[in-house]
Design a protein. Structure first.
Length: 75
């Protein structure tokens, strides 16, 4: 298992295809999640996410977002 913090800065965007399950807690800020290209969610400080293996998510933010994550990713 892996865990840590990820600081997502203003103007950044990334697409990610999850090959493992992951839990995220939004520590600070907010961001948009485009799930599989057809659902968009706004998450903010205090929100929790459980992402299933095989999920494709596009992340973006116009401000900043700090996330804590725990995943089953293998080294």
């Amino acid at each position: 298992m892996k865990c840590g913090f990820y600081h997502f800065r203003s103007g950044n965007s990334i697409d990610f295809d999850y090959q493992y399950d992951e839990f995220k807690y939004i520590v600070d800020g907010e961001m948009s999640l485009n799930v599989r290209g057809d659902r968009i969610y706004q998450v903010k400080k205090g929100d929790c996410l459980l992402i299933d293996k095989g999920t494709f998510i596009g992340y973006s933010t116009s401000s900043e977002c700090v996330m804590y994550y725990v995943s089953q990713a293998q080294d």
